[in-house]
Write a protein that binds this ligand. Structure first.
Ligand SMILES: Nc1ncnc2c1ncn2[C@@H]1O[C@H](COP(=O)(O)OP(=O)(O)OP(=O)(O)O)[C@@H](O)[C@H]1O
Ligand SMILES: CC(C)(CO)[C@@H](O)C(=O)[O-]
Ligand code: BAL
Length: 284
């Protein structure tokens, strides 16, 4: 069935109220639209864990830097609604920016520590925008659970922190990265890639796999693991934004992967003008 499309905060609040009166458990999947199988995996898991799934489709202006791709970010509401329908989504919040940030809007959420490095360092203000809109969505929908992808690994840690620090009482579920058959992490921004760039973009997942193989064979020091990723980026002619090995929860940089440690290797790189990210657990 086609999902109910909610355009305003007032309509959404009324829908949420009636849902709460019915006692049904709600799962929320926030997105920026141009949906792919990664998003659909979150929706299906939400359907499995709750009675009702709602999604938001909102290209959030506050998380884009002044020179980033806000105006050309891919959009396809009609196609997205069809995908939501087939994933069993009951309602989709698809507001215009002024509905989320009306004149006089002045409240922002800063998650201090986990926002600092990685994408936070490379995209100043990005996680302030993400944390603000996600807090607003969680307050509006009051879901029992909300699902996010590990593809945006730092974002997931930022959202876990804000939920905990603000006592929002929402279960935050992190879901594994859905990949194309050749390993490329699915991402709405893959739509920007020419066929040649699409091939070159494989260097991100290939580099992470090479580092993991190296680690499994006993090389556990950060410089060697990072160099394994860099080799793949360089061979494909990609421009590195960062390659870092960090603790999987605090995201603080690690000098090496210690035995039994949960570490995460993260990469961001430009394929032409398109910035892509990927990550994976490493060691263990
Ligand atoms: N390949 C994926 N596997 C699992 N979850 C994903 C994947 N891609 C995105 N998600 C998750 O879907 C949610 C919405 O993400 P978003 O709409 O920004 O999609 P995106 O493909 O990450 O877009 P972008 O290309 O702008 O990074 C986020 O929680 C994100 O982590
Ligand atoms: C979580 C999110 C929907 C907030 O705008 C966005 O950052 C995304 O799509 O990952
Ligand atoms: N998927 C994270 C949203 C962004 O890059 O702005």
């Amino acid at each position: 069935m086609a999902p109910l499309v909610l355009r305003t905060v007032a309509e959404t609040a009324a829908w949420v109220d009636s849902l709460r009166r019915s006692g049904r458990r709600l799962a929320l999947v926030p997105t920026m639209g141009f949906l792919h199988e990664g998003h659909v995996s979150l929706m299906r898991e939400g359907r499995r864990r709750a009675d009702v799934v709602a999604a938001s489709i909102f290209v959030n202006p506050t998380q884009f830097g002044p020179k980033e791709d806000l105006s050309r970010y891919p959009r396809d509401l009609e196609g997205d609604l069809a995908k939501c329908a087939s994933a069993g989504v009951e309602a989709v919040f698809a507001p215009v920016p002024a509905e989320v940030y009306p004149p006089g809007y002045q409240t922002y959420v800063d998650v201090e520590q986990v926002s600092q490095g990685l994408c936070g360092a490379r995209r100043p203000g990005h996680f302030r925008g993400v944390a603000t809109v996600v807090t607003k969505l969680l307050c509006l929908f009051k879901p029992q659970l909300a699902l996010f992808g590990e593809k945006d690994y730092q974002q997931l840690q930022v959202i876990r922190a804000l939920e905990r620090d603000l006592n929002l009482g929402v279960e935050i579920i992190g879901m594994p990265t859905v990949r194309e058959a050749d390993g490329l992490a699915m991402s709405s921004r893959n739509a920007y890639l020419s066929p040649e760039d699409r091939q070159r973009a494989l260097a991100l997942s290939r580099g992470l796999a090479a580092a993991q193989a190296l680690c499994r064979s006993g090389t556990r020091e950060t410089p060697a693991l990072v160099a394994a990723v860099r080799r793949e980026l360089e061979a494909a002619g990609l421009r590195e934004d960062y390659v870092e090995l960090v603790d999987a929860t605090s995201l603080t940089p690690l000098p090496a992967v210690s035995p039994g440690q949960t570490a995460r290797l993260l990469v961001a790189a430009f394929v032409g003008s398109t910035r892509l990210i990927d990550n994976q657990p490493i060691g263990g």
